[in-house]
Design a protein around this ligand. Sequence first.
Ligand SMILES: Nc1nc2c(ncn2[C@@H]2O[C@@H]3COP(=O)(O)O[C@H]4[C@@H](O)[C@H](n5cnc6c(=O)[nH]c(N)nc65)O[C@@H]4COP(=O)(O)O[C@H]3[C@H]2O)c(=O)[nH]1
Length: 934
Amino acid sequence: MAEPAADPAADRLLDRPPAIPPDTSFRRFLRNLPLPIAIPFLALIAGCGLSALAMQQSDRLLTREEEHRFATRVEEIHGQLTDRLQIHTQVARSAASLVMTFPDLHWTQWNRFVEALDTPRRFPGIISVAYARAVPAGRSGDLVESMRAAGLTNFRIWPEAVGTDRVVTIFAAPVDAANVRAIGFDMMSDAARRSTIERARDSGDPAATRAITLKIDEAAGAKPAFILYQATYRGDPQPPSLEARQASFTGVVVVPVRIGPLVDGLVDEKQPDAGIEIYDLPPAEAKFPLYRSPRSLESVASISLIRELPVGGRVWTVRYDYLPAGVLSAHDWVPGALLAGGIALSIALSLILRMMLATHSRAVDLAGERTASLRLQEAERQQLFTQAPLGIALIGTDGLLKDCNPAFAAAAGLSREEMPGADLRLRFGDQASVFALEAALHGESGKLESDQPLLLGGRRSHFSLHFQPVTLAGELKFVLAFAEDIGEKRRAEQHIQYLAHFDALTGLPNRVLLFDRIAQALREARREGSKVAVLFIDLDRFKVINDSLGHSFGDEVLRSVARRLQAGLRESDTVGRLGGDEFLIVLRRVTEPEDAARVAEKVVAHLASPFTVGGQNFVVTPSIGISLYPDDADDPEGLIRCADIAMYHAKEQGRNGFRFVTREMGARSRERMDLEGSLRKAIREGQLFLVYQPQVDTLTGRIVGLEALIRWRHPEEGLIMPGRFLPVAEETGLVLAMGDWVLFEACSQIRRWRSRFDLSIPVAVNVSGAQFRDGQLPAKVARALDANGLSGPELEVEVTESTLIDDVESAAATLGALKQRGVLIALDDFGTGYSSLSYLHRLPIDKLKIDRSFIHDLSTGASDVSVPRAIVGLGRSLGLSVIAEGVETQEQLQLLRDLSCESYQGFLFSRPVPAEEVERLLDRQGAVHAVAAG
Ligand SMILES: Nc1nc2c(ncn2[C@@H]2O[C@@H]3COP(=O)(O)O[C@H]4[C@@H](O)[C@H](n5cnc6c(=O)[nH]c(N)nc65)O[C@@H]4COP(=O)(O)O[C@H]3[C@H]2O)c(=O)[nH]1
């Protein structure tokens, strides 16, 4: 079914929404086009339309102008043509006047008259000017006679006897063959001529024939021409009536005119701008024109104008055709150029528009992107401001707060809303902050960190404040205030400070602070001339408590001891813990040694009452060494060292007491310090060397091992034994470097021996407690072995029982690592320790060394054989070999044999000897077998 056509009026009547006009595809196309394309596209279409319009308009205007120009030109040509005909008519009239004035005119006069007209040049269309006389019927003979009499002897009328009234040509000039031939011709013999002559006779006006071919042209072919007749009359030159004209008619002037020459020259023949066609009849009726001007074949007339031309009583029609000149006229190119130019301009315009719109839309896009990015930046900046952990505030030039971030408000202890307009200067709790802000308001930046807690807003804490003036073109715009609550930091610093100076276990000043306090006391004493006493307190047998009852128990004991030591001391005195079970008391303003002795007694008394820890009661006794400034030393180190030595003496003298530093002790202390310097040098300069003591089988007397022992060849003091320098090395930590050297040297010696002979016995080296605790021992041993190409069992490591006892767990780990590398392990000085044998089975030990004190005691009878026997028994039960040290006599050896102790070491067999001597000893018992070649 066909849809009814949309009718908005009907829609209104039916109260329904007007139908939406159909959406043409072009509209849809346009609507879907993006604006930067649609606008240039429409501009292009509009531009092309306007260009077409302009072309049309210009074409019309140019056509009109052309028509006008052509009409003018036609008027000009037509006028000229009319003029020419007029002149021709005038020639006929003049000739007629001549004849009428001189009726007896002689043909020579006629000829002269015509020649005077110079027709060939001035009237090229006129072929001749002739005169034909009317001869009434029967008077032809007279004419012939008179003409012959006038000299034309051959004159005759032809054609003969055609009609009664004859009009015979008697003159024809200019004289030429054709004109001469026309003389005597009876015009009336030709019907066309006759009617025209009669018209000329009857009208008295010139009369023209229709287009004809002249007799003279008949042979040559059609050359359209006409003949103009002008009647002559007798008497009155223009008789008034027809009858009078017919009655007085004497003849006619005959002017044959060729139409071509008449028209020729009116237009340029080479470049004709107009075509001329002359018709005798209206052009529609005429078969062919009388005349057609020459024109090129391809020329097409765009405009044609018709004009009428009266010619001797007839009306010719002249058609003028507009022939555009060959050269381009404005009409040829202006409209086209306008169209082309318009289209080009439209394209250019639409392209420019496209570019502009594209640029614009790009600019809009860019602006959009930029705005979005600026918004993002702004949002990020805002986030930065609000989320910055640092407090930031903007303070105006009037000193009032403009804005601040939450961190600043939190630091100030106020809400962010309360902050704007606040004058921080009134809220700062200290003057320094106020001055710093004032300075910033005068353009000077400032930074301060409060040492004391200060108020910011309403909150008290340590703050770091930074005021930064912000200027623009040299003018202060605002001040940026940065606030950081460094309270936490300060507290952490203080805690670190505390940890650096106080002992974490007891809360007493540590070694560092103690040194500082002593130095402080010494400065005071120097100023005041007073004394300073340093009490070095070591708890007797504390290790036993620690090992047997556990570390936490030991810690609790140390804390209790610390409390008791503090009690009863003056405020100016200091109690501190050096480490382990060593405490120090620094007494200021001591006037005499007794003051220090009283304090020492007090300490002994305070510790004397039993401690109760974990439900157990026990007594801890101190050994105290006392040094005095300026008597014993004048610096903290010296005083502590002296007090330490005195403490050892106190221990030696039965513990639980105190000893002052004696003169001799002071000297020893100084000697130790000297020794330390010399030992450093000795290590550097290679003054140390190793000697080796053989270990021998008790039954066979064969050497079964060697122990490397260190010696120091002092350049001045000669040979120094380890007993003298080892304690100093241990105290100062030099023992580590020394131990490294020993390890490497012993391994190098083993390598040297093995390169010379087949050494199958192990070489033992002593390892000090510090080396053992260092944690690096297994790695160092492995490096020394690897560097010398040793597999492990060639080396034996000797550790003392007391070294292991400090921390059995880590000792087990260290020994395990050494064992893994294949090294043998011997327990030195066995039996002198804390008689705790429980650890033995947990440690990977190969050998027990019975301390030489037990062997020495054997021979002196001071002790029985029970300890060596027990040790040998223990070794056997644990699968360990046992060696006795310090065997000097045969008796001692015999006893060891009796106890089935496997081997021994002592002066009896050999003292420790240099490496070369070892080779001799080995050689002596045939133990040296040169390494077989290969
Ligand atoms: N009275 C007597 N003494 C005998 C007899 N046989 C050997 N001795 C001595 O006893 C000590 C045995 O070494 P030690 O118990 O490991 O005791 C060694 C050892 O603990 C330590 N020591 C020696 N060399 C080194 C070393 O290179 N490193 C470490 N850390 N300690 C070493 O120095 C201590 C003393 O070494 P030395 O003076 O060489 O003293 C050696 C040795 O000369 C004897 O029949 N009678």
